[in-house]
Design a protein around this ligand. Structure first.
Ligand SMILES: Cc1cc2nc3c(=O)[nH]c(=O)nc-3n(C[C@H](O)[C@H](O)[C@H](O)COP(=O)(O)OP(=O)(O)OC[C@H]3O[C@@H](n4cnc5c(N)ncnc54)[C@H](O)[C@@H]3O)c2cc1C
Length: 375
């Protein structure tokens, strides 16, 4: 209950947010310093991190994102959880559309295919329904819930204390650090990490830190059942004009209207008709024998104005570290972002500021200082 504090824990790093950003950082820092993680909801990964398409696509996004994705894929290539299950496996990504659309969207060394070649990989695509295609052969699929559980287990094993049901409600500067109230817990933290997803700007305001102009955008997805299953090895197929995608799933197919509609930070839900309209659009290009909608959901992909994630110490608020704005790239950039964020946090703000802890070109591109909203 806000205002009633059980005890105050002294930590080096307090992570706010129990999604992929917060949990991957917690597992990276585990055993290296005193860390606590607080999550507002009663369970971890309730919001966007439980609602993704679980695809890691190296050709997707601007260059810093592609760099982070390549590094994350290298980490996940051989990763297995405690039960020996693989956390990521190959899953190709195919763009289809007009020649101009595909040319505009096919980045990062995607291989151009003729429509016939594309139909060999995804036989349910209709002949004559698209002009051009491009293939990313390095794309990977992850089991998001298994990956999140693995990060949680590693974090706990390394001494990180995890507090679900603990929304941050108060924060004040005390000496070199922060005094933070979260649920019934109190923390004295040298560093606070803002991994609050769609609420990252709200959290900054609670700390008296200027917001960075983060905007949540709705995106819906659904699992649908099919009269005939898709080949499980067939690629994820995405319209190059970003109007839909589908991919095989154990239950049938995952479909999405690929919308990016501004929203306030909230527990978003699908709108009536969104999934049905998507199925109609997909059927113009592919035979998808949908027999029913199993489950539909909406999550918020949150980005700043320039569309790049934000990672680094706030330039004006000592000990306030941003790990937010991952947009549609939160899983595919997670391991590399966590590694870079942990490096900076362990080195300390002074070492980062003076250059004693060198940061890569990619990390410099993500620095919160770049955002002009506060200037
Ligand atoms: C339909 C859809 C498909 C997607 N597909 C992909 C994909 O294929 N690949 C990919 O890489 N990405 C994908 N994404 C994006 C990815 O899911 C996000 O980038 C990622 O989940 C963001 O993680 P996060 O930890 O920043 O946010 P979240 O998972 O939202 O976690 C933030 C947490 O902070 C907590 N919090 C907020 N305020 C407070 C507070 N005051 N106190 C305590 N806790 C607080 C919230 O409760 C929340 O649990 C997709 C997203 C959607 C919606």
């Amino acid at each position: 209950m806000p205002g009633t504090t059980n005890s105050t824990h002294d930590v080096d790093v307090l992570i706010v947010g129990g999604g992929i950003a917060g949990l991957s950082l917690a597992s990276q820092l585990a055993g290296k310093c005193r860390v606590a993680l607080v999550e507002a909801e009663p369970s971890l990964a309730y919001h966007t991190s439980a609602r993704s398409a679980q695809q890691l696509i190296p050709s997707y996004g601007p260059e810093p994102v592609q760099d982070l994705t390549r590094r994350t894929l290298a980490v996940l290539a051989d990763a297995v959880d405690d039960a020996g299950r693989r956390l990521a496996w190959p899953s190709r990504f195919l763009l289809v559309g007009t020649a101009a659309q595909v040319e505009a969207e096919a980045h990062g060394g995607m291989r151009r295919l003729t429509p016939d070649e594309a139909r060999t990989l995804a036989p349910n695509l209709r002949a004559g329904a698209f002009e051009a295609a491009a293939l990313d052969t390095e794309s990977v699929r992850t089991d998001a819930l298994a990956l999140l559980a693995d990060h949680e287990a590693r974090a706990r094993a390394g001494g990180v204390t995890i507090h679900p049901g603990s929304p941050v409600h108060t924060a004040q500067r005390v000496g070199e650090g922060w005094l933070v109230g979260a649920g019934a817990e109190g923390f004295h933290a040298t560093n606070v990490v803002n991994a609050a997803g769609a609420w990252a700007d709200d959290l900054a305001i609670l700390f008296g830190v200027e917001r960075l102009g983060l905007q949540p955008y709705r995106r819906t997805a659904a699992l649908v059942s099919l009269a005939q299953p898709l080949d499980p090895d067939s690629p994820m197929v995405c319209a190059a004009d970003d109007s839909w995608y589908f991919r095989p799933d154990e239950a049938g197919a995952l479909v999405s209207p690929s919308e990016s509609e501004p929203s306030r930070a909230e527990d978003a839900v699908p709108r009536p008709g969104d999934v049905e309209r998507t199925i109609e659009l997909i059927r113009r290009v592919a035979d998808l024998p949908v027999t029913g909608i199993i489950r539909a959901w909406t999550g918020l992909r949150t980005s700043p104005q320039d569309g790049l994630p934000i990672m680094g110490y706030d330039p004006e608020a000592p000990g306030f570290f941003w790990l937010a704005g991952q947009g549609g790239y939160g899983f595919q950039t997670s391991s590399a972002l966590a590694e870079d964020a942990a490096g900076q946090l362990l080195a300390g703000q002074q070492a980062v500021r003076t250059g004693e802890h060198p940061v890569s070109e990619t990390a410099r591109a993500l620095d919160p200082h770049r955002l002009s909203v506060r200037r």
